[in-house]
Design a protein around this ligand. Structure first.
Ligand code: SF4
Length: 384
């Protein structure tokens, strides 16, 4: 099973796995301190992109392009220019095209901004996570608030939108420190903010620290309170929540992430990159040497392929729809369901509505504020 070539995705994702260090909470496909492979990775990545583009007649029209990682701000500029030269030969960029590049503070100069602007990057996503340097250092993340502010104070002169990522629930960040950080952040010239709950992934140093009790996590109630405090506070500062973790002001919602949540096809390139062709999900090989071999032997780079069953499609619609403020259409959920299941679903929605978790106007289901932190529980309640 391979990505359907009849599909012409309007979103691309490019993965740059290299990082200067490995954060203790990281579960991404990332390679710390392996700069010696950057050049060869770049060549193989370009080959993968070129090979895919060659399979299409005419140019593909892109609405969004996302350079994620890893740390794509460490992509050497001369190499990045090559990658975009390849892309520009075979794709066109729509008028409201969004091109995002993930940036780690402390890895950039103004030269980076100039080149990124030149190739069409118009949005950067800065991994801030916390303004508490001591906490970050304990998690093996080496950045300073000075590095963060250095980027923030300059980036808005180059890019239409600057987004930052934060993690709520990091061990050692007090409620007061979290609130003080957000008070500072809303004064920055940014238009987008993502707040993620800390997740302890198995086999990470954070996981082992928690198991050994050398790392003490804040209690769940405290973290949930901080999240709700943040929603209210951000609202007062014009940040509209449009997804469980995402807030935008000046209409700067992420088009790329919205394409994921709306289940639009996208094609990913690079180590461990995911793709979706509308009916199947694919993930590229995560082992660097195996990825190299597959591309060099002109083979498909994916090691995981899954044709979604009707039940999986239904669950995706429910989960991805409810994550978004706009919610999910009831008609999308009842399409193809037996009368018996339709009735059951209706009963469950009514019950969750009475408990104040869900708003349902007969057309659309939306999460109520108190449900935002228990989304998974609700999905379970609604699922068959
Ligand atoms: S910078 Fe990001 S991708 Fe790299 S190790 Fe840290 S969390 Fe993982």
């Amino acid at each position: 099973m391979q990505y359907d070539l009849k599909v012409r995705p309007s979103s691309f994702y490019i993965h740059w796995p290299f990082c200067p260090y490995r954060c203790h909470f990281c579960h991404f496909v990332a390679l710390a301190a392996h700069e010696e492979y950057m050049q060869s990775y770049h060549q193989v990545l370009c080959r993968e992109i070129q090979r895919y583009l060659d399979l299409h007649s005419g140019k593909l029209a892109l609405k969004t392009l996302y350079l994620g990682g890893g740390t794509p701000s460490t992509y050497p500029l001369n190499l990045l220019l090559d990658t975009f030269a390849i892309l520009k030969e075979s794709v066109t960029f729509e008028a409201d095209y969004e091109c995002t590049l993930e940036v780690n503070p402390g890895t950039v100069t103004e030269d980076h901004f100039k080149v990124w602007q030149q190739i069409g990057v118009n949005r950067i996503s800065l991994g801030v996570q916390s303004l508490n340097e001591v906490v970050l250092k304990k998690l093996n993340r080496h950045q300073s608030t000075f590095d963060v502010e250095w980027v923030i104070q300059r980036a808005h002169n180059f890019f239409k939108s600057v987004s930052i990522d934060l993690i709520v629930g990091l061990p050692g960040v007090s409620v007061q420190q979290w609130q003080d950080a957000l008070k500072k952040i809303v004064q920055w010239p940014i238009s987008h903010l993502s707040i993620y709950f800390l997740t302890v992934h198995e086999q990470t140093p954070l996981y082992f620290g928690v198991q050994k009790k050398t790392v003490l996590l804040p209690c769940d109630d405290e973290v949930v309170d901080q999240y709700y405090w943040s929603i209210d506070f951000l609202k007062q500062h014009e940040f509209e929540q449009y997804e469980v973790s995402s807030f935008a002001r000046h209409k700067a919602q992420s088009k790329h992430n919205s394409a994921y949540w709306n289940r639009e096809p996208f094609k990913g390139f690079g180590l461990g990159a995911w793709s979706f062709d509308g009916s199947g999900r694919y993930q590229n090989e995560k082992n660097l040497m195996s990825y190299f071999s597959l591309i060099e032997e002109n083979k498909d780079a994916s090691f995981f392929q899954e044709q979604l069953t009707p039940d999986q499609v239904w669950l995706e619609k429910l989960m991805l729809g409810l994550r978004q403020h706009k919610g999910v259409l009831f008609s999308e959920l009842t399409e193809g369901l037996s009368d018996e299941k339709k009735e059951k679903l209706n009963e469950r929605i009514q019950a969750l509505g009475e408990q104040g978790f869900i708003a349902f106007d007969g057309v659309r289901l939306q999460l109520m504020p108190k449900a935002l932190s228990v989304e998974n529980y609700l999905i379970e309640k609604l699922s068959f």
